[in-house]
Design a protein. Structure first.
Length: 357
């Protein structure tokens, strides 16, 4: 059952799009936990829109209501087509989303054609194989990059993304994807018909490793297992090695940009806390992998302090680790507000609705 704030926010977004952006926005879509039934008390509303005009981008916003961060973001038709062609791992945005606003029947029909295109690509052996192979190559490149990581948190982050890429490769190899996203990725991987137990165990070993070096060793073994399962040769690492954000640290901090980023990633902090409270170390680790990347961007691009979420990571003591992450969040928030950044925080939906333009 959807909570009152989420229901009212969805209604507000629909009305705002209709009243103020009818010529600018094609669709407003909701996906994720509020659609698939996996929401908890601290879940946000996952929402994106497809713009028609440049003015549509004014609809994008980040904010916090009652401690929960929200991010309403644009996805162009071109990007949506790329997702339907299996170029990104955000497949539920096309395959499992529902419209809360539609400008015209033609816009909805265009989206439904994209959804049909996604299904065709998943069923097409060549398209699915090519997408799975691309994830394998990405994982190999990430593991190559991981060997040059500067600290425990950077190493954990890179290895974590490699494990997620390998999980995606397995799903695509089996002509499917993770309909429930990262929240149920491990469970869905392990119940996928034909997936060897060694792959599930390897994924688990990466996330529950006590040290970053052990996680790297486990992920390299997972890469070997996934390659064997798919009948692929292990790619030559480092050919297309990815890199993180350019380091702009030392320059003056952009407190306005940091405030917006915090509004966006507040929900990811919450995911860590909820996972720790429920004893789900793997989901807590996955959430921290995603959050570490954002914090690294905050440091490199916007001049924030450097924070390492994994310096105190302890899968067998999630309570202590959750406390350490909360300390990082509080320090990050203080850094932003002390520099003059304005975090758009509202106690209730009514306060949000009356205080936003």
């Amino acid at each position: 059952m959807m909570d009152q704030t989420s229901a009212r926010l969805i209604e507000w977004l629909s009305r705002k799009a209709s009243a103020q952006y009818a010529r600018d926005i094609a669709l407003v879509m909701v996906y994720g936990s509020r659609v698939n039934g996996t929401a908890n008390a601290r879940s946000d509303v996952d929402c994106y829109f497809i713009p028609k005009t440049q003015r549509a981008y004014d609809f994008a916003r980040t904010f916090i209501i009652d401690g929960i961060g929200y991010d309403v973001f644009p996805v162009s038709w071109e990007r949506a087509e790329g997702i339907a062609d299996l170029q990104e791992s955000l497949i539920p945005l096309i395959g499992d989303s529902v419209p809360i606003y539609c400008a015209t029947r033609a816009d909805m029909e265009r989206f439904e054609r994209l959804r049909a295109r996604l299904k065709r690509n998943l069923c097409d052996p060549r398209a699915a194989h090519n997408a799975a192979h691309a994830r394998l190559v990405s994982a190999g490149d990430l593991l190559y990059e991981a060997r040059g990581a500067g600290d425990e948190s950077e190493l954990r982050m890179i290895v974590g993304y490699a494990a997620l890429a390998l999980a995606d490769a397995v799903a695509l190899h089996h002509n499917t994807y993770y309909h429930f996203g990262l929240k149920r990725q491990y469970a869905d991987l392990c119940t996928m018909p034909g997936v060897p137990e060694a792959i599930c165990a390897g994924y688990r070993d990466v996330l529950l490793a006590r040290t970053a070096d052990a996680a790297l060793v486990s992920c390299d073994a997972l890469l070997n297992d996934v390659c064997a399962h798919m009948g692929e040769q292990k790619s030559v690492p480092g050919v297309n090695a990815c890199s993180g954000p350019d380091d702009a640290s030392g320059s003056h901090a952009d407190y306005g940009a940091l405030a917006k980023l915090y509004e966006e990633i507040c929900s990811t902090f919450n995911k860590i806390y909820v996972s720790c409270d429920s004893g789900d170390a793997m989901l807590a680790c996955i959430s921290a992998v995603c959050l570490q990347y954002e914090l690294d961007c905050a440091h490199a691009e916007y001049g924030a302090h450097r924070y390492g979420l994994f310096e105190a990571y302890a899968p067998d003591n999630l309570t202590a680790w959750s406390g350490a992450v909360q300390t990082i969040e509080r320090d990050f928030e203080r850094f932003i507000t002390a520099g003059g950044g304005r975090i758009r925080r509202y106690r209730t939906f009514d306060e949000f609705a009356s205080g936003i333009e």
